[in-house]
Ligand binder design. Structure first.
Ligand SMILES: NC(=O)c1ccc[n+]([C@@H]2O[C@H](COP(=O)([O-])OP(=O)(O)OC[C@H]3O[C@@H](n4cnc5c(N)ncnc54)[C@H](O)[C@@H]3O)[C@@H](O)[C@H]2O)c1
Ligand SMILES: O=C(O)C(=O)C[C@@H](O)[C@H](O)[C@H](O)COP(=O)(O)O
Ligand SMILES: [Zn+2]
Length: 366
């Protein structure tokens, strides 16, 4: 088992990464002071609840916890205000009070949604992240919680840190292949923005990672989380540095919103967005073309898409969505761009023609 600690001004919490951790959930809860006199509500989705939810419920009840479970339909379409309201109702029905704790059991959708419920319910109660997707090594750490709006990704939300992240890598064995691959996009992002050695390691180990070799998976998740922890610890609320975690997200979030949150997984959209950002970096910062090539090759080694369907998702709609990005200031487009592998920065005020040119190169039919 590997452990990382997130240390912020107002709180500190552990991230545990290892195999077989779910069966020890009551022990880990006890370690962070969540004892059986506090009511628990597991929030999960229709795919994860039957696989792991019932088992967790039984083991918690056996330890004397009063615990219930609320389930939302699996997938990004559940990350909205309707499901948020439904879950608040479930918390009230079960009689959660300010001492109660929400357990988010699932991928990033459940983590963001349940975390937002925890942030808002009675003005904030504690929650624990129990990630079950690879992608959720990113979403479970750092306290960004929230839901989507039809016009913009994650535009309704809060910063609310979990009390603990308990990552049982055994859960990844049941993950659909497309979702496993999607998760590698954020792993790769963590290397591309911060850690060139990690990028080399990923290049070398792609086959074993795709084959889910346990010790390699733990290493990849640990190193990805390490990058996230280093950045969040310095800038919890994104006043500056944290924005680099948004590499690939200006285009990626636009693709997700314009496609109605159903065409691309988050990781697929971010993979395409990172190639777009690298292409734009070559135009705007004069970044070496080898960075574009390397980015594309690495994503392709993990079977991720590197082009988008330009026929289906017109440039003008993407540009409009990019103007609603949370990094925008004074109505200027904002991108995280790369200087070299492992080094990125936020750039504002990029001319629309440059972005259009990068999007043209990113189209499937290009
Ligand atoms: N808060 C953050 O910092 C942050 C960071 C990155 C991503 N995100 C958000 O995370 C979301 C994407 O998360 P995701 O990719 O985990 O998607 P997801 O939560 O929708 O999970 C993907 C699919 O896999 C299923 N699934 C999950 N775990 C499983 C398992 N162990 N076995 C079988 N099936 C399983 C789910 O039911 C779902 O159908 C996006 O909304 C994105 O915006 C947030
Ligand atoms: O933690 C962060 O900060 C990130 O930007 C991580 C991203 O991978 C993640 O998708 C996040 O939800 C995006 O945040 P947003 O503020 O752009 O909605
Ligand atoms: Zn992301």
């Amino acid at each position: 088992m590997r452990k990382l600690t997130v240390s912020l001004d107002h709180c500190t919490y552990p991230i545990y990464i290892g195999a077989g951790l779910l069966s020890q959930l009551p022990v880990y809860l006890d370690e962070v002071g969540i004892v059986p006199d506090r009511k628990l509500m597991v929030i999960s989705d229709t795919q994860v609840a039957p696989l792991y939810g019932e088992r967790i419920l039984a083991s918690l009840k056996q330890q004397g916890y009063q615990v219930d479970m609320a389930v939302v339909p699996a997938g990004e379409s559940s990350k909205n205000l309707q499901q948020f309201e439904y879950l608040i109702g479930e918390c009230l029905r079960f009689g959660l009070d300010r001492q109660s704790v929400i357990l988010a059991l699932g991928g990033g959708v459940v983590g963001d949604l349940a975390g937002f419920v925890a942030a808002a319910y009675m003005r904030g109660i504690p929650f624990v992240q129990i990630p079950t997707t690879l992608l959720a090594h990113d979403s479970s750490v750092g306290g960004k919680v929230g839901v989507n709006h039809a016009l913009g990704k994650n535009v309704i939300g809060a910063f609310h840190q979990p009390a603990m992240v308990l990552y049982d890598v055994d859960t990844l064995k049941t993950l659909p292949t497309r979702e496993l691959i999607s998760g590698f996009a954020e792993v790769i992002k963590h290397g591309l923005i911060w850690d060139a050695d990690f990028v080399q390691w990923l290049e070398k180990n792609s086959a074993e990672l795709l084959a889910l070799r346990p010790e390699k998976m733990i290493e990849a998740i640990y190193r990805g989380c390490e990058v996230k922890v280093a950045i969040v610890s310095q800038d919890e609320r994104e006043s500056g540095l944290r924005a680099i975690l948004n590499y690939g997200h200006t285009i990626g979030h636009a693709l997700e919103a314009v496609s109605g949150y159903i065409h691309y997984t988050h990781g697929e959209a971010i993979a395409i967005g990172m190639v777009g950002a690298a292409r734009l970096s070559a135009k705007v910062l004069g970044t070496d073309e080898s960075v574009v090539r390397k980015t594309k090759e690495l994503l392709e080694a993990f079977q991720l898409p590197t082009q988008y369907d330009g026929e289906r998702f017109p440039e003008d709609r993407l540009l409009l969505a990019m103007k609603r990005d949370k990094k925008v200031r004074n109505d200027e487009y904002a991108f995280v761009l790369t200087r070299k592998i492992g080094q990125v920065e936020v750039v504002r005020g990029i001319a629309e023609e440059e972005i259009r040119a990068a999007l043209q190169e990113l189209r499937k039919d290009c």
